[in-house]
Design a protein around this ligand. Sequence first.
Ligand SMILES: *[C@@H]1O[C@H](CO)[C@@H](O)[C@H](O)[C@H]1NC(C)=O
Length: 498
Amino acid sequence: MSNDDTRKEIKVLIAGAGIAGLSTAIALGRLATDTPGLHFDVQLYDKATELREIGASIALSPNGLRTLERLGVDDALADDVSYRGPAALPMIYHHWKTNEVVSADRFVDVPDRKHQTARFHRGHLHSTLLGHVPRETIHLRKAVESVVVRDDDAANGVGGGGGGGGGTVTLLFQDGTSATGDVLIGADGLRSKVRRTFVPGHTLHHTGRTWIRSTFDASLIRDIPNLPADSAHWWGPRYTFFASRLGRNMYTTVGNYDPEDLPGRRGHGEFRWDQEGDVNFFRDLYADWNPVVKALADATPHVRMYPNLAGEPLESWVFEKRVTLVGDAAHTHGGAHAAGGSLALDDAWALYLSLKHVLSSSTIDDDDDDESDKTFGSEEFERAFTLYENTRRPHTTRLVESVLATKAAAVVPSTDEELREKMNNRPNMTWLTEHDVEATFAKVLENEMGNNVVEDDDARQVERESVIFDIREATTIMGIPGSESVLDTTTESAVMVK
Ligand SMILES: *[C@@H]1O[C@H](CO)[C@@H](O)[C@H](O)[C@H]1NC(C)=O
């Protein structure tokens, strides 16, 4: 048999062409080069009528930026497309009334400036990723209605049946058309239809915050006196305010409030995600803050509203052996900690590592007898997706649990002293922002080989935070602004009390 005859093709369907879907397509595109003898056909489907991102900002932390580099998307690391402030700090915290700097986050191990937290207009990041995905593989106006899996040994699956059996997965679209492949990756966001198909009982709830976000030309804030050059996060007793330069001479402002705090307003259902808001309402929220914040709110030309939703962590990320999820579809953490973009990138990379590991160990044997036709099907896909899940789910569950616990335990500081204490005792999020997805994957693989129980730090932390959530010991919760959030669940002392 010639090489060509033994080539196998794997057709991958990706539902969603946002940041998670595009990152996944770029990562899986590399499998073709890394697993000789295999062909990959990766196709993306999105309900949008054109490829556009919402007009909000997105932050990528060192973990996400390192993964962008692994993906070969070097153009997204360039200084023009995003913004990194002169202080080289991930975040600086200011007092709402006095504007003084109370505290700052620091990088622990990020020597290279291009890996330091960068802030983008979402559209700029999205279009950079788009430049790395063949346009003809992206199909628009394809809203997912549901998913059908056929795991049929008789079906003519990848490699013509064999060890893993055949079978297919089909995306049914609302326009009556469909697409069929070997595996499906649901990258269709917080309200994922793919997730809904397999976990119909999963629900989302409002976290008690609605974000108000704007992006606009930086010339509008040029003349504001004492405006910090670095990204700044002002904390008030109930709400926060975030402002930053973005790449390509754009600027962002982000406020937030709890609809239940406002008498006479209609509550959480008041706004749809990305609905236009009232800029005067936004300005009124910050009318008695320090002059810099007030001037920023006044300079903001328009706002859009984003009610923040989150949902319980999923118990599994592998469905019918050939379907999995990435990005917000997999971990419904809302926008907490501005982590969503970086988590999606790391999901894509973990999926690539897992598939590469399983496919290269189960297919390559180019001799000629029938055994060399060792095939792969649902069993191999399931193995790869399980590796992926074990690499990512404990980590993202830790975040989702902390978001939900925050909602349950919010306490408003009653004095200025308490506010400052809360600012200084905010949780250390380095485990999230400098997470090493490759090291975690290696650990998972080692555990699988050794048949050990996975006992990583994230899994332990989840357990601990659940306990704290139960006993309502989480004490110091602050508002969750925009995507730049401050949430915390726990303090060491809370654990010790227990
Ligand atoms: C935050 O945690 C990291 C480990 O994840 C640690 O190296 C660092 O020193 C901590 N930072 C502070 C300010 O405690």
